[in-house]
Design a protein around this ligand. Structure first.
Ligand code: FAD
Length: 399
């Protein structure tokens, strides 16, 4: 009987699913995917979820049917991994211990609710968790409705604050501004009572990103009526107001916090080498230090290109997954491992309805065309997953 390779993948995000897709092609690989949720959450589309362009079903993929869609060699386990015994090669959940020959850690990152900002966790929402995003989306629409009910232009202003001028903060603030303006305009409500403010600690939004994309985004936010307050930080909030580092106090109905991310909780518990920000350290083959059969990919690690850390994106996570899968196959076949060469394949920033700014293959383009390209990339990704899951559904109905 041929030996099978027991592979465990922790995390059904962009990195984890891509690894499953690659490794499943070899029937000798017995793959178990663990996720604490039953669904894959397409975070790159959250801006559309919040602004009611997409519903819950459009930004998720069921992981049971996805795994069922492969041959018999892929299994999904909806369990939160609480620890890993690296010496004895066991993944530990609250229910059981599972043996592995090869392990892939792909647990992503989470919103970092900074403990020194008073009231942050209690009074703001993150968008990295689907539950938070859903809750926020419902509150957002209800607040818009309440303002209309309370008298349109005569009503108290609606104050929306987004803290964090990185990619997620900019996409979310642009989409909310664009959506709420359309919401009022559709029914000829007057929307001059809508205040949308982006608080950004850096000199400019989209710190570290391409200068031209930054300038385009800045211009677009201004056209959408978003007030950007650079070089200021949120220092405290109480549910009705937000205090900034320069002493200004802004009224707030609600706030989204996109001001930072940190490694997922499991990463803190793992006995592995980490960098100064707590992310798992890997070598050029994406193996963790001291355990050659263990790989870390996606947002829970940091990788470098030309000495510079690459920004954590779904694009980078998927490229890491491809190298990781290849290197696991190489380890199994006793072949030389392949050092990663990863770079961003482009950047597309959604900036409200029907508008995006982009740089792809070195070319800049903005507006509706860029928006369509972004939507197309997202659709192709969702269709790819859903094709597998449909096969899985078919099997369930046959049995
Ligand atoms: C608003 C927003 C917009 C973005 N826009 C873009 C964009 O336009 N383009 C782009 O490329 N990137 C974008 N990103 C970044 C992108 O979403 C992330 O880089 C990507 O999700 C990282 O993939 P991952 O697989 O590493 O982690 P994730 O996708 O976060 O997946 C991690 C998985 O691990 C699971 N997990 C965590 N802990 C455990 C545990 N202990 N046990 C079991 N399971 C666990 C989680 O449930 C989750 O399913 C955006 C992010 C946000 C928030």
């Amino acid at each position: 009987m041929e030996k099978s390779n027991k592979i465990i993948i922790i995390g059904g995000g962009y990195a984890g699913l891509r690894t499953v897709e690659y490794l499943a092609k070899n029937r000798q690989n017995q793959i178990t995917l663990f996720d604490k949720n039953s669904y894959h959450y397409m975070q790159t589309e959250v801006y559309d979820l919040i602004a009611n362009e997409e519903d819950f079903a459009q930004v998720t993929q069921d992981l049971y049917t996805f795994c069922m869609g492969f041959e018999e060699n892929v299994v999904f386990c909806k369990q939160e991994v609480t620890s890993v015994d690296f010496d004895n090669k066991k993944v530990i959940t609250q229910i059981q211990r599972y043996n592995y020959d090869y392990l892939v850690i792909a647990v992503g990152s989470k919103t970092k609710f900074l403990p020194n900002i008073k009231g942050l966790k209690e009074h703001s929402y993150g968008v990295k968790s689907l539950r938070h995003a859903m809750y926020f989306k419902q509150r957002f629409e209800m607040s818009l409705f309440n303002k209309v009910r309370d008298g349109g232009a005569q009503a108290e202003p609606l104050n929306i604050i987004v803290a964090g001028g990185g990619l997620s903060g900019v996409e979310v603030v642009a989409q909310m501004a664009s959506y709420s303006r359309e919401f009022y305009n559709k029914n000829n409500f007057i929307c001059r009572t809508l205040n949308i403010v982006l608080i950004n600690s850096a000199k400019n939004i989209l710190k570290g990103m391409d200068e031209e994309l930054m300038q385009k985004s800045k211009k677009r936010l201004s056209e959408l009526g978003v007030v950007v307050k650079n070089e200021r930080r949120v220092v405290g909030l109480d549910g009705v107001s937000v205090s900034l580092s320069d002493g200004e106090v802004l009224p707030m109905d609600f706030m989204i916090f996109a001001g930072g991310i940190e490694p997922n909780t499991l990463v803190y518990k793992l006995n592995l080498d980490k960098n100064e920000r707590g992310y798992i350290e890997t070598n050029e083959f994406l193996q963790v230090k001291k355990h050659s059969e263990v790989f870390a990919i996606g947002d829970c690690t940091t990788i470098y290109s030309k000495g510079k850390a690459l920004a954590p994106t779904a694009d980078i996570a998927e490229q890491m997954a491809e190298y990781c899968a290849k290197n696991i196959e190489n380890l199994i076949a006793d072949k030389k491992l392949k050092a990663y060469k990863i770079a961003s394949r482009g950047m597309l920033i959604a900036l409200g309805r029907n508008y995006a700014a982009s740089k792809l293959l070195g070319l800049y383009f903005n507006g509706y065309l860029a928006y369509i390209v972004k939507k197309l990339i997202e659709r192709v990704y969702a269709i790819r997953l859903s094709r597998v899951a449909k096969k899985g559904c078919g099997k369930i109905f046959q049995s």
